[in-house]
Design a protein around this ligand. Sequence first.
Ligand code: BES
Ligand code: ZN
Ligand code: ZN
Length: 481
Amino acid sequence: MKIRFNQKLDKNSIIIHVIDKKYFGKQKNPLWGESFEGKYGEISTITRDNDDLKIFFGLGDCTEPTEFEQIGWKISDYVKGNKIKNITLICNGSEEPDGDIILSIINGIELSNYIFDKYFSEEKKNQIKFELENINVIVKNKSAVEQEYNDFLLIKENIFFCRDIVNEPANIITPESYAKICKNLEKTGLEIEIFEEKDLEKLGANAILAVGQGSNIKPKMVVLKWNGGRKLENPVVLVGKGLTFDSGGLSLKPENAMYDMKCDMAGSAVVVSTIKLLAERKANVNAVGIIGLAENMPSGNAIRPGDVIKSMSGKTIEILNTDAEGRVVLADLLHYATTKFKPEVLIDLATLTGAICVALGEYKAGIFANNDKIVEELTKSSKKTGEEVWRMPLGEIGCKYDKMMNSDVADVKNISGSRNAGSITAAQFLQRFINGHKKWAHMDIAGTAFTTTKAFFVDKYATGYGVRLLNDFIKENYENK
Ligand code: BES
Ligand code: ZN
Ligand code: ZN
């Protein structure tokens, strides 16, 4: 798909006008169709005499960039459905002096122009191919719009990078191959350190090792560093759950809960993609990504319910359900993050609990934080980027939720044993491993990382949720300090 910014119409394309209500009110145009009112999302298609087809999209009264992006998604769906190849996009909105609306619409078109088709035959690829080849955009201030568009392209590429690794099946993305993909990112200017099984043993990362011990493919930890800030500046640290497959282990998942579990590394994919993006746009910040890669499988070597393991922190964990494995991996990652680095801010991302999907569905991620400021910062970025968050309760150590995780035989157990408050007790478990760090947020992205219906500009599967949000969060609050 090619986009050109222009000042004139392209005769060979279908013209799409986006029109807001104020403009509509000023000059009602019979060309727009009898019943067209310019309502948000309204579509009117007109052909007159020998004239070309014209399409009108209403913007209503909306003012939010994220709402304009949704119009872009609608345009993209419309164009796909009608197999249209070339369009000219004109915004007749009354508040369009600087191209902001049109830019947001293009962002929406770009984000929805994604398909994971690498395993289709050529024939099948061609059948379902997105047809849109050229977008001709009419703008007044061409160079300013073009610059902003190019900045967004880099973000988009990394969202797609994230979607690609999340969509890859678990026979392709294994801890082994995934670590290689990370290593390959050295070319972007990142420092990459890979911790193999023996290195994890030396570190005492028995929690990560325990989760991966049932698989023939050994677990790994990868640390990605972007040193774009001042030398002594404390880094932003991002931690990600990277279960390349989660069968549940001996606490085996039922069939219908297992086939999405190639996506259980989405937290790590967001971390890798965000750090890669920081490097590619040469962000003036120090940032570290830490991901734990493992495959949770049942076997003669697998951890069993009832096993007790000693985590890197020295705290012992009673494993009562081998399917609550993400938090166990994160226990070591968070301990490593808070003892090895002095995080300016610490965020972990994980497809951690089914309970967060029950609570919030696929449209908002749950955030659990021990700091109001971080919630404010994340919420602000989420409003800007449309990657929404919702704050969930997190109590201090010793609170009622926290006590639900006390074990009879170890320092902590990995499930509460109750169906209640499943995503909260998981967060309370994590909090025991952050060494009292004062600015921490846990994001449970089990609902938002991949979709079964339609969310975050995709019809199905990986959404890339989190990359845009974290990029904006870092840019607005931690860069150029
Ligand atoms: N990876 C799952 C959580 C998950 C569920 C992610 C649905 C995406 C969609 C996690 O490891 C898990 O299995 N959690 C259990 C915890 C339970 C055993 C306490 C769950 O949510 O059922
Ligand atoms: Zn699990
Ligand atoms: Zn899992």
